[in-house]
Design a binder for this molecule. Sequence first.
Ligand code: THU
Length: 134
Amino acid sequence: MTDDDLIAAARDAARHSYSPYSSFAVGAALRFADGSVVTGTNIENASYGLALCAETVAVTKAMADGVRGGLEAVAVTGPGADAITPCGRCRQVLNELAQLGGTDPEVLCVGLAEVRRMRLSELLPHAFGPASLA
Ligand code: THU
């Protein structure tokens, strides 16, 4: 699973986006140390504030299947030309899974015209996580 494959998986997930209110389809794909990939897409709601982001859906799918670590890379794709970066809430949700497994995943932020790469720790410095409660 190359980075290009991971981006393709995120783009494919975005085909299932339920975003009738924003018309902003987002895809996310998580790659784990064992090679497995879990995807998500944004799911909106008639009560607008209840929208679930693609990254949060992906993390929730993985954790609901028992995954508790090994997060190595994340791809997030948006419909615009510019690279999309995870929203603040999604950074925190991604951080929970990353910290559980002791990884600092690379986040591939993807638009139609560019890909930006950064570590989750760059997106969420001084993060509050599971270790903070110890
Ligand atoms: N969205 C995501 O899925 N991920 C992000 O990181 C940013 C925003 C979604 C939420 C909403 O359905 C749409 O994009 C517009 O904000």
